[in-house]
Design a protein around this ligand. Sequence first.
Ligand SMILES: Nc1ncnc2c1ncn2[C@@H]1O[C@H](COP(=O)(O)OP(=O)(O)OP(=O)(O)O)[C@@H](O)[C@H]1O
Ligand SMILES: Nc1nc2c(c(=O)[nH]1)N[C@H]1C(S)=C(S)[C@@H](COP(=O)(O)O)O[C@H]1N2
Length: 175
Amino acid sequence: MNARIGIVTISDRASTGVYEDLSGPAIRDTLQAYLSTPWEPVVRLIPDEQPIIEATLRALVDEAHCCLVLTTGGTGPSPRDVTPEATRAVCPRILDGFGERMRAVSLQYVPTAILSRQIAGLRGASLIVNLPGRPRAIRECLDAVFPAIPYCIELAGGPFLDTDPAVIQAFRPPR
Ligand SMILES: Nc1ncnc2c1ncn2[C@@H]1O[C@H](COP(=O)(O)OP(=O)(O)OP(=O)(O)O)[C@@H](O)[C@H]1O
Ligand SMILES: Nc1nc2c(c(=O)[nH]1)N[C@H]1C(S)=C(S)[C@@H](COP(=O)(O)O)O[C@H]1N2
């Protein structure tokens, strides 16, 4: 079976058609470029409602068996930005390094990078990573942390994912 990866756009406006969702497709295109292992996307487009976000994340991990779920949007300081809270609620273990690294790298691009409260965590053998909502933030953040993701999923008990080294090199420490 192909590895499944969840792609969740969390945006009131994109989910009601006020603007076209460009960030979910940007995640899909980025993964298509990165991964040499066969995989299939499981895509969702939902509003900034914590119960809906939690239910979506649980379903993607527990029912669709996604080994990785990437969210975009809802990480900022606006009252309706609740993606980190929903992620924390469904992940018994938080991996602080992801948020730290993504914010640090993003500061090279925008001073408002520090406004993102993006986190990552493990739900069983599945990794959930928050990305900011802007389409350009997808590649800016994933280029910085993706090299650690295949090894993280492997250590957590998930499938073996490999990358195209001409695009991005997955890092696995020598044993
Ligand atoms: N999924 C998306 N597709 C395309 N553009 C987006 C998306 N999410 C955000 N943007 C762009 O980034 C800008 C800032 O996003 P903002 O942080 O307000 O979005 P959000 O909180 O993720 O979504 P919303 O406010 O609709 O719930 C938006 O005005 C829009 O231009
Ligand atoms: N790499 C990167 N990080 C970024 C940004 C960006 O454009 N690129 N936008 C910032 C901005 S302007 C905000 S408000 C926060 C939260 O965005 P969100 O609410 O759409 O998730 O992410 C920040 N992080």
